[in-house]
Design a protein around this ligand. Structure first.
Ligand code: 3H9
Length: 697
């Protein structure tokens, strides 16, 4: 079937785009659109034109896969200008999602009729490190005003049809058949002069003073990096100061500038890496998913309540179980409070908050899990306790239920083996706060069933998370890489880089938070307990001296207003000379000569330790792909998506250079820097992690 079809309904030509899965505006679609539009324009029997999509999509925008090569004519901006210039009225029947180039196409039409159930209207290009490049920055401000357009374009936020209508983007919201409504609308425009958004002149005097300066001032830590946000603001400003043709030319130049940046490449890589993570080997469309409608969560602590909220927010009923009434009440109060806060901040309505809370059943009996489709254990990290729980769950849970552990380090094989149904056991490792963080590390134990993996992946999507598979090892993928990174941070501490220098260097580079500030936030006692259990020796014991002493001083991080830093009542962190003195004293005791470590070196050592451990994890088969490691870091560890992840960074440095640098550090610092065999091999072949991933597909 052709990607564009055209039919006449009386005097109205209906042009339909049909390019699954998302109606991306690839070359074939543009060719088809141009041809159908020209034919309809030339047909004297056609008095108006309706343009629509298929299924859930009007169009998700330009085909991102085309960005890597040379685009071929017809080009989208010209095609849209051509449509806008039509003398016959053109109405977009927005049947579903209209994003990026898709919305720009609708904006080129003279009118827009949208289905009442349309939820995704927006210009999300910024999330790909680019800006709208087919007139979106020029027409959206003319349609809805520069202030609102600026907000949508610089954040990539979606709005629904109702909000679109209120803003002036949508002319009519149709409750029933959107195409039929658009045809009626189009008929009503025949014989009238067409309305072209491009011809609207924006009243500069009506704009809030300093609108663009203020916007520029707030881009410092934008999630799309330093270039695209500035380009987006410049482009929207051009819509205010220039006529359409000149504004479009300016937009093109700014589009090219943003697209040429390494940040755009990284963000586009992140987009596809995230989707690739959902493809699991041996699991295809024929794998039958288990039906998960009801949920049990064991443990009402920070993790248990966060997990519960994540599911309540996605519309699942949840039974939460604790051992004592006091712990249960505390957890339930936290859930209620978070929902109320969300309603207060306008994220959800009051009615939604109440509805979600009503879907929660608190209980003190694990027996209440008997009819649940999925049970997630979220108690503290202790193997004996987890084994006891899973032995009990095995007896209580119905046949076919998925039994999951939220463990962040423990051996899921060992946990599964205490049950008679290891095929039903999986690790679902959430990241704190579990209702916010997007990552879900799905730990596939040796016997975890393919259907359980596929179902877990589908559940991740349903609750708005990015599921990534990991195999079983200490710390799985994310925390195992984190251990290497943390280890290097401790080494640099002793070598002379103070906490604020380490965190400062990494935050200036783009990390959401430096590692020591993160430790303070998470609580230093967690790591302390693990280190004491493990009875560290050698270098690891040396590196534990500073963090152990900090905990032994009663400084557990933010919760005690002191850790690596001091905190005021607003949780503002402050450098503490006491900690600097402690680090210096420990270095002296260990006869480590301190020096100033430049910010570049701090960042490089952290990145290389992450990528080196990632490579080891890859060669052991614990991670499926290097891009999976990156997806974890970008979604669970505050790694900036515009930097693409540690593996992407290493690839861009070139693995030959990476291998040389790692070996130089090994010569200086010893075995903790041992180069991963995979890096050596790929470097020798002139290959990359990306090639390795491709070959594994
Ligand atoms: C743009 O328009 C630039 C213009 O301003 C200027 C041009 C000159 N292209 O996410 P899903 C694939 S930039 C190619 O799993 P969902 C995706 O990879 C574009 N492919 O589904 C996946 O493939 P696979 C601005 C695309 O229902 C499959 O479709 N637009 C594109 O959860 C299903 O995707 C955007 O940034 C694309 N544009 O979510 C929108 N979009 O099955 C980007 C999707 O092989 N897209 N694919 O893994 C999205 O945000 C989501 O995909 C969407 C659907 C909300 C549309």
């Amino acid at each position: 079937m052709s990607v564009v079809t055209s039919e006449k309904q009386g005097e109205v030509a209906v042009i339909r785009m049909n390019n699954p899965p998302v109606n991306a505006l690839g070359h074939a679609l543009r060719v088809g659109l141009e041809k159908a539009f020209n034919e309809a324009s030339a047909d004297a029997g056609v008095k108006a034109i309706v343009l629509t999509g298929t299924g859930k999509f009007f169009s998700a925008g330009a085909d991102i896969t085309e960005f890597k090569g040379e685009m071929k004519a017809p080009f989208l901006p010209e095609l849209i200008d051509h449509i806008e210039q039509s003398a016959k009225p053109v109405v977009a029947a927005v049947n579903g999602t209209a994003l990026g180039g898709g919305l720009e196409l609708a904006l080129g039409c003279h009118y827009r009729v949208a289905g009442a159930d349309v939820k995704q209207l927006g210009l999300p290009e910024i999330k790909l490190g680019i800006i709208p490049g087919a007139g979106g920055t020029q027409r959206l401000p003319r349609a809805i005003g520069p202030e609102q357009a600026l907000q949508l374009i610089t954040t990539g936020t979606f709005i629904d049809a109702k909000k679109g209508a209120a803003a002036g983007l949508i002319d009519k919201v149709a409750d029933g058949d959107v195409v039929a409504a658009a045809i009626e609308f189009a008929k009503g425009q025949v014989g009238k002069p067409v309305r072209r958004i491009g011809e609207v002149k924006i009243d500069k005097a009506a704009l809030p003073a300093g609108l663009f300066e203020k916007a520029r001032g707030s881009t410092a830590r934008h999630p799309s990096g330093p270039i695209a946000p500035k380009c987006a603001i410049d482009a929207v400003e051009a819509a205010v100061t220039l006529p359409l043709a000149e504004g479009n030319a300016k937009e093109r130049a700014l589009f090219r500038e943003a697209a040429a940046s390494p940040y755009a490449r990284a963000l586009q890589y992140a987009f596809f890496a995230e989707r690739q993570a959902a493809n699991l080997p041996g699991i295809g469309a024929d794998t039958k998913l288990r039906d998960v409608k009801s949920l049990g969560v064991l443990g009402a602590g920070t993790m248990g309540t966060g997990i519960t909220l994540a599911f309540l927010n996605a519309g699942f009923p949840v039974t939460i179980v604790e051992t004592t009434q006091e712990a249960l009440d505390k957890g339930v109060a936290r859930i209620k409070d978070t929902l109320a806060q969300n309603a207060k901040r306008g994220r959800i309505t009051e009615a939604q908050a109440q509805q979600r809370f009503a879907a929660l059943t608190p209980s003190l009996k694990m027996e209440d899990f008997a009819d649940k489709d999925l049970v997630i254990e979220a108690v503290f990290e202790n193997m004996a306790l987890k084994k006891e729980i899973f032995t009990k769950l095995d007896k209580i849970a119905k046949s076919g239920a998925i039994l999951a552990s939220n463990t962040s380090t423990l051996d899921v094989n060992e946990i599964a083996d205490v049950t008679k149904r290891p095929q039903d056991v999986v690790g679902l490792h959430f990241f704190s706060p579990a209702n916010i963080m997007r990552l879900l590390e799905i730990v596939r134990a040796e016997k975890t069933g393919a259907d359980v993996m596929a179902t877990s992946m589908a559940i991740a999507k349903k609750i708005g998370k990015v599921g990534v598979q990991a195999g079983v090892c200490d710390g799985f993928v994310g925390n195992r890489m984190l251990a290497s990174y943390g280890n290097e941070v401790q080494a640099m501490n002793l070598e002379g880089a103070m906490p604020q220098e380490i965190d400062g260097a990494l935050e200036a580079w783009g990390m959401a938070m430096g590692p020591l500030a993160v430790s303070d936030l998470a609580g230093l006692d967690v790591g302390y307990r693990i280190r004491k259990e493990r009875k560290l020796t050698g270098e690891a014991a040396q590196f534990a001296r500073v963090p152990d002493k900090i905990v032994e001083m009663g400084r557990l991080g933010q919760k005690t207003s002191a850790g690596y830093y001091k905190y005021d009542e607003n949780r503002k962190r402050m450098v503490d000379p006491e900690i600097e003195a402690l680090i210096k004293a420990e270095a002296e005791a260990l006869q480590i000569k301190q020096r100033h470590i430049p910010a570049d070196e701090i960042v490089e050592r952290c990145l290389l330790r992450l990528a080196n451990e990632g490579a080891k994890i890859l060669e052991e088969g614990i991670a499926l792909r290097s891009s999976d490691c990156d997806v974890m870091y970008m979604n669970g560890y505050g790694f900036p998506a515009w930097r693409g992840g540690p593996m992407w960074q290493a690839d861009n440095m070139g693995l030959k250079v990476v291998a040389e640098k790692i070996k130089a550090y090994e010569a200086k610092y010893g075995p903790r820097w041992k180069c991963a065999r995979l890096i050596e091999k790929l470097a020798a072949e002139g290959s990359s992690f990306a090639d390795y991933d491709r070959k594994k597909k």
